[in-house]
Design a protein around this ligand. Structure first.
Ligand code: ADP
Ligand code: MG
Length: 339
């Protein structure tokens, strides 16, 4: 019998990886915004056309890339953020897999301009379906400007399964909101079809929540701040009377990374027991800072799940913290805390 095993080409391997990392335009938004954050940007602009189906563009004033790094950044498993497996347990950047740009470039037409602050000229590179079409010197502002055009143009089945623009844009807004909440010191702007949707100045968490979620939040937030050797918890939780019928306004961040956790959510919900109706959901934006060696962020490619080395302790502590904050609010409702 002949041998039958072959290595997959880079094209196919990247497309398969893209299937896990890039499900929809919002996935590209998340990855590009996180790259801008990791690059140390203080201003980030997101420009979207046709709910990201036509264009997702992120412009940052971060550190930019050298000519070689600009080329390398589109290789699979190419990253500047970890060198060995131990680095995973001290990781402070949003990215580390080195898969995002390779995945995006496997399923879209990508154009990137980037310049390091001390470089005289920048570089412009165009990549389509994993193939580098051109790279040339180019005038560019310091930082990185990356355009992702016609996502899934070469994977018709995936393009076909994208939802309506309303739905896809809602996913984009979710990602934008999470990254902007987690980084209130960075200024963010968002345009959709040439209409500016958000213009968020650099500020603190309180101004960022109000800027993103609306003025009505100003009066309805209770500050949370608890620190121990194991964990720091900070942020805001909503006053019981401001609870809503939908659960949209609930955010957990662990070491600045947005996560979903029905387990931790339960810890908060039970703190409101007796204070809100059964079907109501309190608002919260909570940041849990733990030693990175005590959480495993590596369990899922899109990194929205985490594992703690001590779940029960985390639960109990979070629950007590929420109760404490609510109690303090009941006793002293007019005190103004600012972060
Ligand atoms: P990861 O973020 O996991 O390292 P990516 O594929 O997202 O992988 O990016 C690959 C590399 O390209 C990054 O490690 C970084 O060095 C570089 N890079 C990507 N985006 C930017 C950016 N906006 N500014 C500076 N460097 C970037
Ligand atoms: Mg990345």
């Amino acid at each position: 019998m002949p041998d039958v095993i072959q290595l997959l080409s880079d094209h196919i391997a990247n497309q398969i990886a893209a299937g896990e990392v890039i499900q929809r335009p919002a996935s590209a938004v998340k990855e590009l915004l996180e790259n801008a954050v990791d690059a140390g940007a203080t201003e980030i602009q997101l420009v979207v056309r046709d709910a990201g189906k036509e264009l997702v563009q992120v412009i940052d004033n971060g550190k930019g890339m050298s000519v070689t790094d600009a080329r390398m950044s589109f290789e699979r498993h190419a990253t500047s953020k970890i060198r060995n497996i131990d680095d995973l347990f001290t990781i402070r950047t949003m990215g580390f897999r080195g898969e995002a740009l390779a995945s995006i470039a496997a399923v879209a037409q990508v154009e990137m301009k980037t310049r390091q602050h001390d470089a005289e000229v920048g570089t412009r590179i165009c990549v389509e379906a994993t193939d580098v079409k051109l790279q040339e010197p180019a005038a560019a502002a310091p930082g990185t400007n990356i355009m992702v055009k016609n996502l899934f143009y070469n994977v018709p089945a995936r393009r076909h399964f994208l939802k309506s623009n309303t739905t896809e844009f809602r996913h984009i807004l979710d990602e934008f909101t999470r990254v902007a909440l987690a980084h209130p010191k960075i200024a963010f702007r968002l345009w959709h079809n040439n209409v500016e949707q958000f213009h968020l100045e650099a500020g603190n968490l309180k101004t960022r929540i109000i800027g993103l979620l609306g003025n009505s939040f100003e009066k309805n937030m209770v500050p949370v701040e608890e620190n121990t050797e194991l964990i720091n918890i900070s942020g805001f939780i909503g006053k019981p009377e401001a609870a809503t019928r939908t659960r949209g306004m609930q955010f957990f961040f662990i070491n600045n990374r947005f996560i979903r956790s029905s387990f931790l959510n339960h810890a908060i919900m039970t703190a409101y027991e007796g204070l809100i109706e059964k079907e109501a959901f309190p608002f919260y934006v909570l940041f849990l800072d733990v030693d990175p060696s005590r959480v495993d962020v590596n369990v899922h490619p899109t990194k929205q799940e985490v594992k703690f080395d001590d779940d029960r302790m985390m639960y109990a502590y979070l629950h007590a913290t929420a109760k404490h904050a609510l109690a303090r609010y009941n006793i002293a409702p007019s005190l103004d805390f600012t972060l």
